[in-house]
Design a protein around this ligand. Sequence first.
Ligand SMILES: C[S@@+](CC[C@H](N)C(=O)[O-])C[C@H]1O[C@@H](n2cnc3c(N)ncnc32)[C@H](O)[C@@H]1O
Length: 218
Amino acid sequence: MKPLRVLIGCETSGRVRRAFDALGHDVWSCDLLPSVDGSNRHIICDVRQLLNDGWDLMAVMHPPCTRLCNSGVRWLTKPPQGKTLEQMWADLDEGAGLFSDCWNAPIERIAIENPVMHRHAKERIRNYQSPAQTVQPWWFGEQALKATSFYLKGLPKLVATNKLTPPAAGTVERNSWARVHRAPPSADRWRLRSETYQGIADAMAEQWGGFALKQVAA
Ligand SMILES: C[S@@+](CC[C@H](N)C(=O)[O-])C[C@H]1O[C@@H](n2cnc3c(N)ncnc32)[C@H](O)[C@@H]1O
């Protein structure tokens, strides 16, 4: 069967790229920054420059969202120290513009990972639709708690592959499952917090790749 042409946008870790690559797809990652693994299948550019290049499937792995998500809405009325309100609204326009361009790209199958958005963000996105699903890493065999929402177009919801049972609230074990949220401040904290879990990356490649392959071959 002919491999799929797959674009993984906004990814430096290479996690999702490698999961599709392991299944034989013609997959490329793209980010404004270099990839951590030094792969020659990584393109350093604005993902918007690649949207018209004939992909079968695109997954955008958590484009910058601090100004779009519910937790950031307070900054739109009271900016953080060192920032102006004007800057905060400009950041919102920039983040919503990137999401909107990816969401409306001429690609049949699109997945975008992003938290649930506030109303100002939704209003700025062309053809906005609610996230199709919110998953947890522990649905995919990972001992971790982190709600992850997917906006999906032309792709099915991910199905759990190995559901674990999270430890009870208030226990030391549960705190260790939430470790990514609690990572101490460091230059790499944002990277650690936003890296896709292996179990989720594998499920994307198997389930979305398998689904798209059948459609393309039909
Ligand atoms: C929250 S991180 C996502 C990391 C990803 N989950 C991973 O495993 O590498 C957001 C990424 O989006 C990238 N980014 C921001 N704007 C972009 C753009 N216009 N085109 C491509 N990448 C962009 C950033 O450089 C950053 O690496």
